[in-house]
Design a protein. Structure first.
Length: 260
């Protein structure tokens, strides 16, 4: 009987991998457009993907992935500072993302959803106010809404990040801090009372066994800084190893090459 245990465990792991793989691709999306202050048209695409609880190997929330491009196809966001767009443009993108994203998520009372927002929006009191107003104006938004803050957190003062958390988080609203895949960036945020860090593994070597040691160390650093760690674009066959390293949630990528 003892010889059967590893085989049963392997079968279970393979079943979990197959389940995760089936949820890897975006299963619903929408696109909207808006004009920047400079009168250039932007095309924003939102796609919903499931967020998996790695301990239970089940989807527990939906995350909105966002792409922002100029009409014609070229990306409108360059670098962490998003300097090709003015702050007012970023706020408008975020508020429209929230309104359209809530329609796409269709949260029920016990559901959770994750929507993106730029740090430059969250860093200003006006940006936070606009986001809160957009959320309040949405009549059918029960459940829990988590804002994934991205773009520039590595350069932001820790006290400014803490202030944004304190001003924004309520019983039904929360923040996820999206950081660069760097152990130092994760350790620095141990000084704030964040509930979750997100790391995009599209830029982290984790395909081969010899690459996994560095990936596991990154996950461990993030988990020491925060009680929850969400990995994005994680290969489905690395889910169990990621959970063992300390990750709590994941949005799985397909097994094909990830283009960023």
């Amino acid at each position: 009987m003892a010889d059967d245990v590893p085989e049963d465990g392997l079968k279970e792991a393979i079943a979990h991998i197959g389940e995760r793989r089936s949820y890897a691709a975006p299963y619903e999306s929408l696109t909207f457009s808006l004009l920047t202050r400079a009168r250039r048209e932007l095309v924003v695409t939102l796609a919903a993907q499931p967020v998996f609880d790695l301990v239970r190997s089940t989807p527990v929330a939906r995350r909105i992935r966002r792409s922002v491009r100029h009409r014609g196809g070229e990306t409108a966001l360059i670098g962490l500072g998003r300097r090709t767009l003015e702050p007012v443009d970023l706020i408008r993108i975020d508020t429209q993302t929230l309104r359209n994203g809530l329609d796409l998520l269709r949260l029920g009372t016990h559901d959770s959803g994750v929507l993106p927002a730029f740090w430059r929006t969250m860093a200003s009191s006006g940006g936070r106010f606009d986001l809160l107003c957009a959320e309040m104006q949405h009549e059918s938004a029960p459940g829990t809404l988590l804002i994934e803050v991205m773009g520039g957190l590595e350069q932001a003062p820790v006290d400014a990040i803490q202030e944004a958390i304190e001003h924004f988080e309520t019983g039904s609203l929360g923040l996820i801090l999206h950081i660069a895949p760097d152990a130092g960036a994760a350790a620095r945020l141990s000084q704030v009372r964040a509930q979750c860090l997100a790391i995009d593994f599209a830029g982290v070597e984790h395909e081969r066994a010899r690459d996994w040691q560095g990936a596991a160390q990154l996950i461990g650093a993030a988990r020491r800084a925060c009680p929850q760690v969400m990995l994005l674009n994680l290969r489905p066959d690395r889910g169990l190893a990621a959970q063992a390293a300390g990750a709590t949630h994941a949005v799985f990528a397909g097994m094909e090459a990830v283009i960023v």
